[in-house]
Design a protein around this ligand. Structure first.
Ligand SMILES: Nc1ncnc2c1ncn2[C@@H]1O[C@H](COP(=O)(O)OP(=O)(O)OP(=O)(O)O)[C@@H](O)[C@H]1O
Ligand SMILES: [Mg+2]
Length: 462
């Protein structure tokens, strides 16, 4: 049995010779540190470190590898007489250890084992499509996910800039943006994100472009904007449809000229970053409604990446795979790690029947809630609470039930909270329910310090 691609690290020619019969393509890196730059293009099924790689470099390499997602299995070949490190290498996550030349015949067995794992799906590999690069963790093997991954690869390898990602809430737009970033710039470059709906126009402008001291009342020092901070990495402009019109015009200039100025500044700064924008709104409709600039829309949509909703026929086969992945990898309840082995047939059926308006995020929440509630080794249908707010409705049909005073503020806070819950914490829908603008909703959320129970705030990530 052969593995398609093996990457061998080190200059030991004997090890190269040893591996040739076991692989269709053999790639070589002189040193462990060269591997990180090759992972994406080579996408090997096995990395093998030869006996010439010093012990400290092996240790460092394995420690780095376990912090990355989807690094292929690593096998270390040691020196005949030096075996004391084998145990620590295995503890650091090496797949296997070969004890020098006398042990060389084991390479065939190890490769057979790896091949079987790939076929039987005993590892995380079964969650990923063959289109999914190893540096990226986008779960799903449906036709729709395959298509998306192909597009991500094509766009990332091109010079296409800006890049637009479109999809309903929770479909994985930020995950796709990070994948493009990693494939284009590697894991060590900067990725910054800015939610265009979360700030007022003035703040957004200064956050994006930076400002010079004295350019407005509270500008008491120079500030570097995110475009500058991104350097030659990526800037992710989330919910671009909410960007105020003035700023859309300024962004268009950046996209066209590849330069910008800090607010109040006179110096042109070169923009080297990849601009990745996302929208959960139909941007074309926003253009027709004159809410979004037509020229900017055309600049953005050179090669848009469209994420299908989870319920669509060409993606729904990902539902159970994602559920299983979250079940296996969730850290919400460490003491139950590995104890829940799957879900009952009924539970699976109920997942497949649901419409998933909140898409993958909603599914992840449902599974994590089930992990918290389940006491047996399989998730049962009673613990899959798909509409958590249903139970509340009977006793609290009015948002004001339970309020013991007549404070308008408390009533307003309660109403805003209820609207957000009802809308699955989607701000546009909640604002529509309340009959207010998104900006007003954001102001109220901030004023009353309302937070989504299980969401980590990610408005600006450097
Ligand atoms: N294919 C996937 N595989 C694994 N996890 C996923 C996948 N798609 C989404 N997720 C997870 O679901 C959650 C939502 O994803 P993400 O934030 O990328 O969605 P989004 O489209 O940006 O949502 P929103 O429009 O609400 O901002 C995240 O926790 C993300 O890690
Ligand atoms: Mg997002």
């Amino acid at each position: 049995m052969a593995l398609e691609k093996i990457l061998v690290v080190g200059k030991d020619m004997e090890t190269h010779q040893l591996l040739r019969p076991y692989t269709k393509e053999l790639f070589a890196a002189d040193e462990p540190r060269d591997v990180w730059g090759m992972l994406e293009s080579v996408d090997p099924h096995l990395i093998l470190l030869d006996p010439h790689v010093p012990t400290t470099d092996v240790t460092e390499f394995l420690s780095m590898a376990c912090r990355k997602t989807n690094t292929p299995p690593i096998v270390v070949v040691g020196h005949e007489n030096v075996q004391e490190h084998a145990e620590s290498f295995l503890q650091l996550g090496a797949f296997d250890y070969i004890k020098g030349k006398k042990d060389h015949n084991r390479i065939g067995q190890i490769i057979d084992k790896l091949k079987r794992i790939r076929i039987d799906g005993n590892t995380d590999a079964r969650f990923f499509s063959s289109q999914c690069p190893s540096s990226v963790s986008i779960v799903g093997r449906s036709e729709a996910t395959d298509r998306t991954l192909r597009m991500i690869r094509v766009v990332a390898k091109s010079t296409c800039n800006p890049v637009l990602i479109i999809g309903e809430t929770g479909t994985g737009k930020e995950l796709a943006a990070k994948a493009i970033h990693i494939l284009r710039h590697g894991t060590n470059s900067t990725f910054v994100a800015l939610n265009c709906a979360a700030l007022t126009a003035t703040l957004l402008e200064s956050e994006l472009f930076g400002h010079v001291k004295g350019s407005f009342t509270s500008a008491d020092r120079d500030k570097v904007g995110l475009l500058e901070l991104a350097g030659d990495g990526s800037i992710f402009l989330d919910e671009i449809s909410e960007m105020p019109p003035d700023l859309q015009a300024k962004l268009l200039r950046v996209v066209q000229e590849k330069t910008f100025r800090r607010v109040g500044g006179t110096k042109d700064i070169e923009c080297k970053a990849t601009i990745i924008a996302s929208s959960n709104q139909n941007l074309r409709k926003s253009v027709e409604e004159k809410k979004f600039r037509r020229d900017l829309y055309y600049r953005l949509s050179i090669c848009p990446i469209v994420l299908s909703p989870l319920r669509s026929p060409d993606r729904c086969e990902d539902i159970l795979l994602l559920a299983e992945y979250f079940l296996k990898n969730s850290t919400i309840c460490p003491e139950k790690a590995g104890r829940i082995s799957g879900m009952t047939k009924l539970a699976q059926q109920s997942l497949l029947k649901h419409h998933w308006p909140g898409n993958v995020r909603e599914l992840k929440n449902v599974i994590e809630r089930a992990i918290l509630l389940e006491t047996k080794d399989k998730i049962a249908v009673d613990n899959l609470i798909i509409h958590p707010e249903n139970g509340m409705e009977a006793e609290t049909s009015s948002p004001f039930v339970g309020l013991k005073d007549f404070s308008l503020e408390r009533a307003e806070k309660e109403l805003v909270k209820r609207a957000l819950q009802q809308a699955g914490w989607q701000k546009t829908r909640a604002a529509a329910l309340l009959g207010i603008t998104r900006a007003t909703l954001y102001a109220k959320v901030k004023q009353y310090e309302i937070t989504e129970p299980d969401k980590i705030t990610e408005s600006v990530t450097a």
